[in-house]
Write a protein that binds this ligand. Structure first.
Ligand code: GLA
Length: 388
């Protein structure tokens, strides 16, 4: 399934490249999307996350261009085209995908790399608007492709991730943390990655053989994400300032309670989510490593409640989908909303033997806002960015 999906994508992107530029690409790069098992909105608070790279990916085919010119064709947007000159300053485009390409080129130049002109074809199979980080996978794949064409090996995986985050923050206009890009760059097959978002140290946590990761799309497209996301970020920073800490990662639950006088109640609840979520993420990593599925399930359920009540980033359809999933699993697996929030997907860790029955159950009990059945993706924990 995974190999077949990749082969189809590779064929699609390679053919688009040949059709557009009349020659074979020099390099093909693939970078995965991700699903976060637990640790939501903790990354930009210097905290802990537990994502997993998945076998849905973005592919970039690249070859030398003429002079400092970059030409791009986007297979997933009706073969839409862009072209720009590397010597010109970054100019924001009204079409979002173009800002990712221009932003990565600009970010690599900011980092001191000298880039060569390039011909590029892009395609992917990460569901868009689902909270599975199609943008991060695009950014990491592009950063790797540009680097390998111009200065092979000049950046390690962490630098590729930081470059892709820089592009999002400074050029695309999303104040995201480092989680998505880092796991897309450094993911490990078979494992989730516990990341300390302050030091960027990672610890692989193998997914037990008898369990699988299932992603269930609520059918609610993520709306108003950027403004709500940025607002949460500012509230977290306000809370950190109130407590006199560099980031909420530095606060214990005892300090949170003892010092809450004078803090706006909303900012307090935002901080409580972050502080408790950091603790849950570390505990879930340890429980997953020990094969303690009961604890993982409990922590995932608590994480969802905290996102719903304290961080207020869930929507009713997602809450219902999480409840329906929990009713089926009855503690034999865990489920929660995953990603930035306001729609998107639920992630569940489920015994392999129950996947088919879970799908039937969800189809019987949940309908998307368009009265359709929910799409389920069984995801394999995958490796990070690679050259094919
Ligand atoms: C988005 C951001 C990440 C992270 C999550 C929430 O995916 O890109 O940096 O903050 O939301 O956990």
């Amino acid at each position: 399934m995974t190999a077949e999906r990749r082969a189809l994508l590779q064929q699609r992107v390679t053919q688009a490249f040949i059709k557009t530029y009349g020659t074979e690409p020099a390099i093909l790069v693939a970078a995965p999307g991700r699903v976060n098992l637990i640790g939501e909105h903790t990354d930009y608070n210097d905290g802990f996350v537990l994502p997993c790279a998945i076998d849905y990916e973005t592919m970039v085919a690249i070859g030398p261009g003429s002079g400092s010119q970059v030409d791009v064709v986007a297979c997933d947007f009706d073969s839409d085209r862009d072209s720009f000159d590397l010597t010109e300053p970054f100019a924001k485009q009204s079409t979002e995908w173009k800002n990712h390409v221009r932003g990565i080129a600009a970010s690599l130049i900011d980092k001191g790399l000298s880039l060569l002109g390039a011909n590029i074809a892009i395609g992917g199979n990460v569901p868009q608007g689902a909270g599975l980080s199609s943008s991060a996978s695009l950014g990491v794949a592009l950063a790797k492709a540009f680097t390998e064409l111009s200065q092979p090996g000049a950046l390690n995986e962490t630098d590729l991730a930081l470059t892709a985050q820089h592009s999002e923050n400074h050029y695309v206009g999303c104040a995201c943390g480092i989680m998505d890009q880092l796991v897309s760059a450094r993911g490990l097959a078979g494992s989730a990655l516990q990341i300390d978002c302050r030091s960027l140290a990672t610890k692989p946590i193998p997914i037990p053989d008898h369990m699988v990761i299932v992603v269930i799309h609520s059918g609610v497209q993520r709306g108003l994400v950027d403004s709500a996301y940025n607002e949460r970020r500012i509230q977290c920073e306000q809370a950190a300032t109130h407590y006199g800490v560099a980031a909420l990662r530095d606060l214990t639950i005892e300090q949170l309670e003892a010092g809450r006088a004078g803090l706006d109640p909303v900012a307090y609840r935002r901080a409580r989510h972050v502080v408790t979520e950091n603790a849950r993420t570390l505990a879930a990593g340890a429980a997953l490593a020990a094969g303690d599925q009961d604890t993982v399930s409990t922590l995932m359920a608590q994480s969802h409640v905290s996102m719903r009540d304290d961080f207020e980033i869930t929507v009713p359809a997602i809450d219902r989908l999480v409840d329906i999933t929990a009713e089926f699993l009855r503690g034999a697996g865990g489920g929660r909303m995953t990603g930035g929030g306001f729609g998107g997907c639920v992630v569940a860790i489920v015994p392999k033997t129950k996947v088919a029955a879970l799908e039937t159950w969800i189809n019987q009990h949940y309908q998307t806002p368009d009265q359709a059945i929910a799409q389920l993706f069984v995801c394999e924990p995958s490796g990070g960015v690679s050259i094919l």
